[in-house]
Write a protein that binds this ligand. Structure first.
Ligand code: COA
Length: 439
């Protein structure tokens, strides 16, 4: 049978497609802007037919009915990265969180979390019968091609066709649901004075020719906005957004100094606006690759001068970084933060930067002790720089006393005195401004 005939024979409605799911099945769901909502909505519409179906995914950008209270008996989310819609469900015990480095997710899906079904959203097939994973190759490609289980795909003409290792043949799909809809968009954050100051401080640590990894949140966008006067930057990152498009178009990013994937923008998933999705469509400059490759620290570190820029929620006076919990509350996951922090430490000339506003809602984010119940995301041995709107604390190679002093110096002025008292208790030494480490 030709692939065209096979394609036609696999076409079904969303309701027919999800009728192949049984109670107790595990569904691996493509995530972020690639989440196939037509299939998720069909599951919700037929919820009474299911008990204890487990959904596994990373970033949710949508309403996530699979963790809504009304479907508690039908569905349970096992989140590998707790995005905003999943936070309440995890906090209320209606969903689970599995801590895992992003680069290890494909291995997890081939072992402990093998899917009975994978839900995909793909571009229409090309002339040879290959559909593109588009904006989300990450763990989705492994789930569909190496884990067994059935593959149910939404085919959407709005899913960009991306290059790299981003294709699956129609023969590998079991059921096809044609449904065109524009992708979910993530709007760029509005940058205030604090974010702009953080962006300028981080930009001062970036040199022409560096290769950048950018994390999730408003800080990476602020950093990109501060890089317009740099030259010859490269991108080797887990994900990128609209800010990278602006810098490519301005000629700032050209990837010409990268040791691997020279000349290419490398990522494993993408989230942004339609501008980003149009930019990556059929763009040979963009290489979308599996996360077990992109985020493997041993591979990422092959780029010299790899600068990992990530955000966090709390840093203690030792330099321990909390990025995925606020006390007992799970608000995120490790994602690729530690993958790239490790890679930056292994890269020749590399730097690992953690950036955050010095306060949130009137609370200092630099604290004597991390909040009770919180978990360290990036350990103190791996952090090179912590950046706030008040400056840069260079921690690598510094004593505990020097680290604490450098961190107090970049805390919000309202909290420095209280932190200095904690310094004196911990180090049995008078805290003198003259002892503060410079730069
Ligand atoms: N105490 C109490 N609340 C805090 C806090 C603290 N120390 N730090 C942050 N918060 C609150 C904020 O006020 C905000 O609350 P709101 O939702 O009510 O507005 C919320 O937590 C989110 O914080 P914010 O700083 O706005 O988040 P962000 O969107 O900039 O993302 C991270 C920051 C750290 C959550 C995000 O970068 C992340 O998930 N990192 C871990 C994974 C990662 O780095 N991956 C990198 C590769 S993709």
């Amino acid at each position: 049978m030709s692939w065209r005939d096979a394609y036609q024979s696999k076409r079904v409605t969303a309701n027919e497609a999800v009728s192949h799911i049984k109670s107790g099945d595990r569904i691996v769901l493509a995530h972020a802007a690639a989440e196939p909502m037509i299939l998720v909505d069909a599951m919700a519409a037929n919820a009474d037919a299911y008990r204890d179906v487990e959904f596994v995914n990373l970033v949710c950008l949508t309403e996530a009915p699979y963790c809504a209270p009304e479907y508690q008996k039908n569905f349970r989310l096992n989140s590998l990265f707790v995005g905003a819609p999943a936070r309440k469900a995890v906090a209320e015990g209606r969903a689970d969180f599995t801590p895992v480095f992003f680069h290890e997710v494909p291995a997890l899906l081939q072992t402990r979390l093998q899917p009975d079904a994978t839900f995909l959203q793909l571009s229409p097939p090309n002339a040879h019968g290959y559909c593109s994973f588009g904006v989300s190759v990450d763990y989705t490609k492994t789930a569909a091609q190496k884990c067994g289980g059935i593959n149910i795909a939404q085919i959407n003409k709005h899913m960009p066709c991306t290059y790299g290792d981003s294709f699956i043949h129609v023969s590998e799909l079991d059921y096809i649901v044609e449904h065109d809809e524009t992708l979910v968009e993530l709007q760029p954050p509005v940058l205030g004075d604090v974010e702009k100051a953080i962006g300028r401080n981080v930009a001062s640590l970036i040199q022409d020719g560096d290769c950048l990894q950018l994390g999730i949140g408003s800080i990476p966008d602020a950093v990109l906005a501060g890089l317009t006067d740099k030259k010859d930057l490269g991108i080797y990152t887990e994900m990128f957004s609209d800010g990278v498009v602006d810098l490519v178009e301005a000629g700032v990013i050209n990837n010409k100094h990268k040791n691997i994937h020279n000349g290419k923008l490398v990522a494993t998933f993408l989230m942004g606006t339609q501008k980003l999705y149009d930019f990556v469509d059929h763009n040979p400059m963009v290489e979308m690759l599996s996360v077990d490759y992109v985020n493997d620290p041993r591979i990422a570190a092959q780029n010299d001068n790899l600068v990992a820029i990530n955000a966090c929620v709390q840093v203690d006076l030792l330099g321990q970084v909390v990025s995925d919990s606020i006390g007992l509350r799970q608000i995120s996951g490790v994602g690729g933060q530690v993958d790239f922090v490790r890679a930056a430490n292994m890269s020749k000339g590399g730097r690992a930067i953690m950036a955050m506003p010095s306060t949130t809602k009137g609370i200092s984010k630099i604290v004597p002790f991390i909040a009770e119940g919180a978990a360290v995301t990036t350990n103190r041995f791996d952090v090179n720089y912590v950046v706030t709107e008040h400056g840069i604390a260079a921690l690598k190679g510094r004593t505990l006393r020097e680290r604490a002093a450098a961190l107090i110096k970049i805390a919000h002025p309202d909290f420095r005195e209280a932190l200095a008292i904690e310094y004196e208790k911990r180090f049995h030494a008078k805290f003198k401004e003259s002892e503060w480490v410079k730069g």
